[in-house]
Design a protein around this ligand. Structure first.
Ligand code: SF4
Length: 68
């Protein structure tokens, strides 16, 4: 089962911590808001969970990605 990150935009304060912790999956737009650009592979799952736990606004969620 693969996973994906979701951002709760109204809660996010655009400080970019998630990008620092998970640059393989999260990019930042010109205002510093996270753009999920990559897939959470099995190899990145532990780092993705850590990014979710570290988000100071509880604005990140890890969900199961639908099958392709
Ligand atoms: S760590 Fe949380 S609050 Fe900070 S940019 Fe990422 S989603 Fe937004």
């Amino acid at each position: 089962m693969s996973h994906a990150l979701r951002v709760d935009w109204p809660s996010c304060h655009a400080r970019g911590l998630c990008h620092e912790l998970l640059p393989e999956v999260v990019d930042l737009d010109e205002w510093g808001y996270p753009l999920v650009t990559g897939e959470v592979t099995e190899a990145l799952l532990a780092d993705a969970r850590a990014a979710v736990r570290a988000c100071p606004r509880l604005a990140l969620r890890l969900v199961e990605a639908p099958p392709r």
